[in-house]
Design a binder for this molecule. Structure first.
Ligand code: GLC
Length: 740
């Protein structure tokens, strides 16, 4: 044992020494290079432009190639394939004075060419290893395509389903969102950024972009520092602690200052409190947009504010290129500030291995071998299945029999490819998508399957009712009806907020007309946000929330529908009964007048209950689970103590199944009011039919810390309740206290 321990210590020490040696080499190289650079060339390294291949914002600089040749560009994005990027890299390396290689960035959000489930969907797997694997494989395919930087993970906590980019994050919970942020950074970056099958990650959008007023994208964010620090900042910090190489500014203001100009965010918190040592890139023309924000009078002042805030790289705005040299001459900025920013960017290029070999990520043979590989396809299917959430299954209508004789598949998602890729699918290849229709045919080859689109998504006017009759006729002639309804990929994601979160277009009418036929019906709901499913919940016997699962959507859905996979997804975002309840989330405060049916003067609506349609953490299985025997190892803790909380879980059904066992606590009294529930642990377990298992969680008083009345981050003495179960309404309860 001692020998193993000694060997481990020696190995760790060797790695540390090696890392220090490499950093010394890197620092010497960069110092030498910067000594040769003109001010203009340094400012060029602070400039990121989109290529002409794809544009993900309001502007395109048609002149970027000439500016590249002039040494005024340090990075490009929205450019990929080895061939396309090699040409650009050769321009940078061979045609500029110092030959500094480019970094190539792209929005690889849930896969690159092979697309995995949208992030909100994948978060519902609660499977951190799988999520990390998705990031690793995304990086592998992206790096093989000539990329070395992804603008992900997006970790913005969101509680408002009107906001279209809720599709891009990991839901409403800070604890789970922080664990997912760490998993994605580790997956993208691996252990060595110079590995040509990994990419630099970019945690975004710092900060609190997910809390826009009215759920309208780019809108004002306004909250207390306590809520910001307690709910919204931890996932970014988790990414920083996981070693994320870069971070992106958010479009929104925070406490009256646009994030991109906030020294408090990007120097005081990010650098001084958190010790972040990578580089900061703005979002698309976010520096320029500080003029319409009204924090500066013109773009020159915006450039000054951003660089002073600690923002290193200007995405697409061109304002650093245009004004920084002049601002230095005027004494408003210093060359040392530019040197600090340039050094961070050059360090990342070194870390990526680009100075050793600028063409490291540009290998056409490797590209051909990796793109769309079976490994990627298999993972797309696995992650698809695990992201599906079964919301209702009255009388066990599901799973369907593979011997079913006839199926009517009705709805705009039924025989659809591109919309199943979901928002931010970037360069996902729609032709590779397995449709729902194809998935059904594979599973039930002898069934007569009639597909009728029925209507469109109510997008660009495609809300015709011309096919309603055909849909009703198909339902009449089928043993089972499967509805495939929801949103298209453009009805969520960036700049895609919706004030009405019901099924878009006339799909709801289509559903109601088909339900009148009276056949056993399953609703497959594919969207990038929680939809208002109140009518469907009251009238359709089986509801499967499929989200948009990417390349293997149809096969994953079919595996669940026909029972080849027992669904185990759990919602990471609350589903409201209607948009009027928003914001609604599980860890709300109790208020001084919590709802009481017997007392008029309590917190409620006249027209809808306070409870959501489906709560955070909710999801059904084809089997059932029973919780019992909650045990707490200590009834009274001193500060610093740990406590083990255990519960017995039994698979009381007839099929093997997975369950996400969830641990919630409630701090009953605090120096500030505390949420009625807080997720503090979970474990996904597989139980065979009839099998029981005891699941243990160990938490310490440190895990109960919060921002107190004086904004100290610490736990306080007092009484706590513990709840354990399969969703945030878990009722199995225990108590403990932290002694004075
Ligand atoms: C977009 C998005 C950001 C993305 C960037 C580059 O506006 O806000 O998430 O990474 O521009 O495409």
């Amino acid at each position: 044992m001692k020998k193993i321990f000694a060997a481990t210590i020696l190995a760790a020490l060797t790695l540390t020494v090696q890392a220090q040696e490499d950093n010394t080499k890197r620092d010497a190289f960069i110092k030498d290079l910067m000594g040769k650079m003109t001010l203009e060339e340094k400012i060029g390294q602070l400039t990121l432009y989109t290529s002409g291949w794809d544009v993900t914002g309001p502007t395109l600089n048609e002149n970027y190639k000439n500016e590249l040749k002039a040494g005024k560009v340090g990075a490009l994005f929205n450019a990929h394939t080895v061939k396309y990027n090699r040409d650009l890299q050769e321009t940078a390396v061979k045609k500029t004075r110092l030959g500094i290689p480019l970094i190539f960035g792209y929005d690889v959000i849930h896969g690159h060419r092979t697309i995995f489930p949208i992030p909100l969907a994948e978060s519902c797997s609660w499977d951190l290893d799988m999520i990390r694997e998705s990031a690793r494989l995304s990086a592998k395919e992206a790096a093989a395509s000539g990329l070395n930087w992804t603008f992900n993970p997006m970790v913005d906590i969101a509680r408002d389903p009107r906001w279209g980019r809720i599709s891009e994050g990991s839901g409403e919970d800070t604890y789970l969102g922080s664990l997912i942020a760490k998993a994605k950074v580790k997956g993208y970056q691996g252990d060595d950024l110079s590995d040509p099958l990994t990419v630099a990650a970019c945690v975004k959008h710092f900060a609190a972009y997910g809390a826009p007023q009215a759920g309208r994208d780019y809108s004002t964010v306004d909250m207390s520092e306590r809520v910001l620090r307690e709910t919204y900042l931890p996932p970014y910090k988790a990414a920083v602690d996981a070693g994320v190489e870069t971070i992106m500014t958010s479009f929104n203001e925070v406490d009256g200052v646009p994030a991109t100009g906030s020294k408090w965010l990007f120097t005081d918190i990010l650098r001084k409190e958190w010790g972040f040592n990578g580089f900061v890139v703005t979002d698309y023309t976010a520096i320029n947009e500080m003029v319409p924000h009204g924090i500066v009078a013109n773009e020159k002042e915006a450039a000054e504010l951003a660089l002073n805030a600690g923002v290193d790289m200007d995405m697409q705005g061109g304002v650093y290129n245009q004004y920084v040299a002049e601002l230095i001459k005027e004494g408003k900025l210093t060359e040392e500030q530019v040197n600090t920013a340039v050094r961070r960017i050059l360090e990342s290029k070194w870390n990526l291995g680009l100075f050793k070999d600028p063409y490291l990520y540009l290998d056409e043979k490797r590209e051909k071998k990796i793109l769309y590989s079976q490994e990627l396809m298999d993972h797309a299917l696995e992650s698809g299945k695990r992201s599906i959430v079964l919301l209702k299954n009255e009388n066990n209508l599901l799973p369907l029999s593979k011997e079913v004789k006839s199926i009517a598949l009705i709805g705009p998602l039924g025989d659809n490819q591109i919309d199943l890729l979901g928002s931010w699918h970037a360069s996902g290849n729609e032709s590779k998508v397995v449709t729902i229709l194809q998935g059904l045919k594979e599973k039930a080859p002898n069934a007569k399957i009639t597909y009728v689109k029925g209507t469109g998504f109510g997008f660009d006017g495609d809300d015709s009712k011309d096919e309603f009759e055909a849909a009703i006729e198909a339902a009449r002639n089928a043993d089972v009806v499967i509805l495939a309804v929801g949103e298209n990929y453009r009805q969520n994601g960036e700049a895609a907020s919706r004030s009405d979160i019901t099924l878009p277009g006339v799909q709801q009418e289509l559903v109601e007309e088909v339900m009148k036929v009276g056949k056993p019906t399953v609703a497959l709901v594919g969207a990038g946000r929680p939809l208002d499913l109140s009518w469907i919940d009251a009238n359709v016997p089986a509801i499967v929330n499929t989200w948009h699962l990417g390349t293997m959507h149809g096969r994953a859905v079919a595996d669940v529908l026909f029972g080849d996979y027992n669904p185990a997804g759990k919602l990471t975002i609350t589903f409201p009964r209607n948009v009027g309840q928003v914001p609604i989330y599980y860890n709300m405060k109790n208020t001084g007048r919590p709802f009481d049916a017997n007392n008029k003067y309590t917190s409620k609506y006249l027209d809808v209950p306070n409870t959501p349609l489906y709560p955070f953490g909710y999801g059904l299985s084809y089997t059932t689970f029973e919780y019992s025997g909650l045990n707490i190892s200590k009834s009274s803790l001193n500060m610093g103590d740990e406590v083990t909380i255990s519960v017995n879980v039994k698979n009381s059904g007839s099929r093997d199944g997975e369950e996400v066992v969830q641990l919630y606590i409630r701090d009953l009294v605090g120096s500030v009011t505390r949420p009625v529930r807080e997720l503090k642990g979970f474990e996904k377990i597989l139980l065979k039919a009839g099998e029981s298992r005891t699941v243990n969680f160990t938490i310490s008083t440190d895990d109960l810390a919060f921002y107190t009345r004086n904004m100290d981050f610490k736990a306080e003495p007092g009484d706590f309740e513990v709840y354990m179960g399969g969703d945030s309404n878990a009722s199995l309860k225990g108590t403990f206290k932290i002694a004075e």
